[in-house]
Ligand binder design. Sequence first.
Ligand code: GDP
Ligand code: SF4
Ligand code: MG
Length: 407
Amino acid sequence: MQTTPKGFRLHLGIFGRRNVGKSSLLNALTHQATSIVSETAGTTTDPVEKPMELLPIGPVLWIDTAGVDDEGALGELRIQKTKSVLDRTEIGIIVSNADAPITRFELDLIVAFRNRSVPVIYVLNKIDVAQPCPETLDELESLKIPYVKTDAITGRGIVELHEVLLRSVPDDFLVPPPILVDLVPPESMVVLVVPVDKEAPKGRLILPQVQAIREVLDAHLSCVVVQDTQLADVLQRISPPPALVVTDSQAFVKVSADVPQSIPLTSFSILFARQKADLGIMIEGAKTIKNLKAGSRVLIAESCTHHPIEEDIGTIKIPKLLRQFVGGELEFKHVRGHEFLTDNFNCDLVIHCGACMWNRREMLSRIMYCQNANIPITNYGLAIAYTLGILDRAIKPILDAQKLRSL
Ligand SMILES: Nc1nc2c(ncn2[C@@H]2O[C@H](COP(=O)(O)OP(=O)(O)O)[C@@H](O)[C@H]2O)c(=O)[nH]1
Ligand code: SF4
Ligand SMILES: [Mg+2]
């Protein structure tokens, strides 16, 4: 985690007047005593920096500052230091006592962030003591500033603050990793296995396949696209062997038998779990399949509302594989589109489609929702690979590439 250079971390600055609970909020956000909390105003002097992995957003750097209303000559110096943090802040968090009106201190901060095109979040803290007055909420709404009510001592509102943070993360920070080109050496060849069975759409390929081919071409690599039935024969004819084989998850067992262990193998869904979501969290989710037992509840979620291709895999194939794995009946619920856990289906696992039609932020929001509700989440490809006992092989090409990068 500490290997991420500071410059690549999303800088989250915490600002506000003295004693409003900025340091307490940072401690609640990081679950540790990072910053000194005190009843004495002006305790935080120099900005306090705390790097952390804020899942599923990624590596962030929290910066706790001194109060912007500090007094005296020393106070002036602290204010200068606090202002210098403004210039490196990518999301500004303004903390205030919940019942306090918005004063010139907060307004100055809002203007400073707006001038820098930096998103702002307003935190109304100490709601255990007093509620915000309606005028403050009206003003925040008219300024179009998202706000969250917190009690930094008990951690109330921290989950909501995480959700608002994710919504405020600038797009360029959420730039997804490539689909596959970073997993193979330059100028290498990859083989894409695309079964054309009765479930395949007529006359075309599906989006993940098209996107993978396009990425390979853009990177000036080459690729061979074959059906699973031709794979063994084609592999014999390719020399040197391909740098990677990517298969549709549904053909994984056959393909895994046909591809020698020396050739890295993964699936489209696993590549998309990395690109669209957070592969680490999704792998952990897949591994919780071993905890399912007869009667466990599984939510199967698809991003598209009507998608006949996925219908079979989500409604028939995955439930069948899971029943076989568990050796008993499970309770399944299927949701589509933006409908998601809204009826509080208290489930043991969420299995999501590859989300190829969605942007990364939307999928990360779902992951965050599940994490906050303590529900493991995985995707179709990972769930299939796990139940078939081939997960380790399927994720190895990605883990190997990550290891190489961190050397
Ligand atoms: N009741 C209550 N007290 C809080 C809350 N957050 C912080 N405090 C208290 O407010 C005081 C100032 O907190 P601190 O985090 O040092 O404020 P800072 O100066 O803005 O960093 C301390 O005594 C904290 O215990 C809260 O949500 N509720
Ligand atoms: S978003 Fe999901 S349901 Fe829609 S095509 Fe992609 S994998 Fe299938
Ligand atoms: Mg402080």
